[in-house]
Design a protein around this ligand. Structure first.
Ligand SMILES: C[S@@+](CC[C@H](N)C(=O)[O-])C[C@H]1O[C@@H](n2cnc3c(N)ncnc32)[C@H](O)[C@@H]1O
Length: 206
C-alpha cells in the first residue's frame, strides 16, 4: 500500500518556499516541525544537498507518508521522520528527542501555528531557543495578520473558518508571534511575501 499523502497546496507552494530557504539558510542540520505529507522536505533535500533535513510530525499517518516519500527518493541528506508534537516537554526543555539533533542551523515550520492552539507556537519557539545556535534561523510560513495595512479577504475568511473548526485555532497576528519570539531570544529578520497572501517570516536566534 502506498502511504504517500498528497497535499495539493504543498505541491503548489514548494518552489516559492525553496527559493527563500536557498537564500537565507546556512548549511547544516535543519529540523522541520509539522512536516505533514513530507512533500516539502523531500524537495528541499533534493535541492539543498549541503543541508541535512530532519522531518517530524505528531500524526502517525504523516510520519508514514514522509518516510514513504523519502523511500521513493532515496536522499542521503534526508533523515527518517520523528513523531514529535512541539508542545511535548522534551522539545520545550531542550532535552534529547530521539532521532533529532540537539543543535541545528535552522528550524522550519510551515503552515502550522494557525492550525493549532497558540501553545504550539509557544512550544515551537521554546524548543527552538534550546536548539538553534546564535545566528540560526527559525523559518515560519503561512498567513499572518498585521503585515499588510489591509488584511486580505481570503485570510479573514480563512481565520473565520479555522475558528469555526476549533476556537483555539486562527491566523496569528505578527505582533503576537514577535512577542513570543522576543521572550525566547529571537528577533525578526525578514518577511517575504509569498503566493496566495501567505508570508515567509524569518526569525534569527540572538
Ligand atoms: C496544514 S498541515 C501543514 C503540513 C506541512 N507543513 C505543509 O505545509 O504541507 C499542519 C501540520 O501541523 C501538524 N501539527 C499540528 N499540531 C502540531 C504540534 N503541536 N506540533 C507539531 N506539529 C503539529 C499536523 O500534524 C499537520 O501535519
Amino acid at each position: 500500500m502506498d502511504d504517500k499523502l498528497n497535499f495539493p497546496a504543498t505541491g503548489r507552494n514548494v518552489s516559492a518556499i525553496l527559493q527563500v530557504l536557498q537564500k537565507h539558510l546556512l548549511a547544516g542540520d535543519v529540523i522541520e516541525i509539522a512536516s505533514g505529507s513530507g512533500q516539502h522536505v523531500v524537495q528541499f533535500a533534493k535541492a539543498m544537498p549541503d543541508h541535512i533535513f530532519w522531518p517530524s510530525d505528531p500524526d502517525p499517518d504523516h510520519i508514514k507518508s514522509i518516510n514513504a516519500w523519502a523511500d521513493e527518493n532515496q536522499l542521503q541528506n534526508l533523515q527518517p521522520a520523528v513523531k514529535l508534537d512541539c508542545t511535548d516537554s522534551k522539545w520545550i526543555k531542550g532535552q534529547e528527542v530521539l532521532g533529532l539533533p540537539q543543535t541545528a542551523a535552522a528550524i522550519l515550520c510551515i503552515n502550522m501555528i494557525h492550525i493549532a492552539p497558540v501553545q504550539a507556537a509557544l512550544g515551537l519557539f521554546a524548543g527552538a531557543e534550546q536548539r538553534l545556535q546564535p545566528g540560526g534561523i527559525l523559518y515560519l510560513y503561512g498567513p499572518f495578520f498585521g503585515i499588510n495595512e489591509q488584511e486580505a479577504t481570503s485570510n479573514i475568511a480563512f481565520d473565520i473558518d479555522l475558528q469555526r473548526r476549533d476556537q483555539k485555532w486562527g491566523v496569528r497576528h505578527l505582533n503576537l508571534v514577535k512577542k513570543i519570539a522576543s521572550t525566547r531570544g529571537f528577533e525578526l529578520s525578514n518577511i517575504v511575501k509569498m503566493p496566495a497572501n501567505n508570508n515567509s517570516v524569518l526569525f534569527i536566534r540572538r
